[in-house]
Write a protein that binds this ligand. Sequence first.
Ligand code: HEC
Ligand code: HEC
Ligand code: HEC
Ligand code: HEC
Ligand code: HEC
Length: 471
Amino acid sequence: MAKNFLVALTRNTISLVGTALAVASATLIITLTVIQQMGFQGSAYLGLITFVALPMLLLTGLILIPVGISRERRRMAAAAAEGEESVALFPVLDLNNERVRKNLIMFLIFTTFSVVVLGSATYKGVHVMDSVAFCGTVCHTVMQPEYTAHQRSPHARVPCADCHIGPGADWFVKSKISGSWQLIAVALNIYPTPIPTPIHNLRPARETCEQCHWPTNFVGDLLKVHTNFAEDETNSQSQTSVLLRVGGLAGRKSSGIHWHVNPDVRIRYKSDESRENIYDIELTRQDGTVTLFKGDPAPEGEESPDWKVMDCVDCHNRPSHRYRLPSDEVDMAMVSMDIDHSLPFVKRESMRLLQAGYESHDQARVDIPTGLEAFYTTEYPELAGTQADAIARAGDELVEIYTSNVFPAMKVDWGTYPDHSGHQESPGCFRCHDRKHKSEEGAKIPRKCDTCHTLLADEEVDSEILKILNP
Ligand code: HEC
Ligand code: HEC
Ligand code: HEC
Ligand code: HEC
Ligand code: HEC
């Protein structure tokens, strides 16, 4: 039986090709998996080769083998029926035969050659595919929002893979498999727009962020000053300033905002998919006491079964893909004079033009500058001539702001991806610090403004404190 099978296998080309395919792809799968387990980092594309393309070749090979065999058996049966002598014998490999010798040598040269070519192509390909430019631009439309924001962020020089994959083999394979699926989704055009957030299988911050930022670093107080412009004719300026108690671990005592990530403290929570609605919060303090704060109960069937341990990304959910709100962007551009704040109503007009809604970036590139020009031509005709340069520069800056934050092709609009590291754009900190979560003893998570910061100035004109700091 086994002999018959082997004879049928070796006597027909289809099965032989199938066998070669199966053996070659199985060898490559094993080699690539071992290399990756040993810590070699590659992108999702290497995963696509290892876990999708090669297994498909392996399967094709495995299908070809029985197809060839059954064809060969039918041929042999037909030959037997016609009275021919049955040829259930192995092919003879006679090395004295010149033709056999030549073919064998050709076969060996060809195999070596393909292994070398395939190996170096994979090596080169993986290097190219790992680069930020490749991640961000190959699936250009899909990754454009994240790529653009990444290029403007403090992490612009940190490769995508450092946060999304990180070192080590276990998560590597996991992210490879999900990365492969994402590539297929892109190829078939069945990916969701906008790309959903949060990423539930993001590698724990402990193993990514903490490669570069150590949680025990003491930051202390951080002063933040924000200049606001009003939407009146003179674009009236005011200042808001907070002294943020970021804190951290100083000596053995930790305090302030970074107390949450003290390695001796553990906070876990249960929430819905979006992590915007947090139900239960469990706090384990340094001395080991555990407090459970209960919030509103989860709606029927929506509670996540697992506890999520709080880490950096629960506050810094936009370390690399930070999309700002139009008023913040315009205020910053007006401070730097990319938008000249002496232009009347320029804040109001900027806000109107940024929020108008455009079909594409190309349309915004045309409509925003013409819209701004049209406003000054009709309302301030004289200024439109003398300040033509400033108006044109403001128009360009608004286009830059729009195309960095809004991506119509991916349905990313203002506020689609809010930042959790405050409470201005989204509930952020107030998801827990809302005085609604209560322990059995009635303790609440504080919401007093002074818990987190001292508000030095709140939309003040010529505030005293800022005069002292910046005379
Ligand atoms: C400094 C770390 C870091 C870097 C570098 C980084 N990301 Fe991210 N990325 C994140 C975090 C954190 C999230 C949001 C996770 C969450 O909210 O669950 C995210 C989310 C995403 C998402 C989901 C959509 C969204 O905005 O939430 C995509 C897609 C993405 N990143 C692609 C990229 C690409 C492409 C690059 C390289 C150009 C990159 N990332 C570089 C940390 C990073
Ligand atoms: C490969 C190293 C590296 C990794 C990984 C990394 N960061 Fe950073 N991060 C930096 C550097 C360098 C800066 C400082 C940039 C600067 O000073 O402009 C920075 C700055 C920051 C800042 C200050 C941003 C600001 O606006 O000034 C925050 C917050 C931050 N990182 C959070 C994170 C979080 C959260 C993660 C994990 C998701 C992370 N980082 C992963 C290197 C890294
Ligand atoms: C409870 C929320 C919260 C958690 C958790 C948290 N941070 Fe922060 N972090 C903040 C806030 C708020 C600031 C200051 C405001 C800002 O820069 O946006 C800050 C500031 C920072 C800065 C900038 C410090 C500077 O000198 O400018 C870095 C870097 C940073 N965090 C890294 C981390 C890392 C890494 C982790 C995880 C180990 C982490 N943070 C966990 C809220 C948090
Ligand atoms: C997942 C829930 C959760 C989120 C989100 C959260 N916190 Fe907290 N925070 C807590 C809990 C729980 C405590 C402890 C309350 C207690 O001591 O009883 C706490 C305590 C604090 C404290 C007091 C720390 C100390 O010195 O003892 C500060 C400050 C603070 N949080 C700031 C923030 C800021 C700022 C943000 C948003 C950037 C934030 N928290 C987001 C759960 C949260
Ligand atoms: C749980 C911590 C926490 C509590 C409680 C809190 N804040 Fe904040 N607040 C923050 C953080 C974090 C930021 C973000 C600072 C930044 O990075 O711009 C912020 C920002 C602000 C800003 C904007 C500053 C700016 O840059 O424009 C104002 C205004 C403000 N808070 C007012 C308040 C008031 C009023 C209260 C009391 C009802 C309060 N906050 C309670 C954490 C808190």
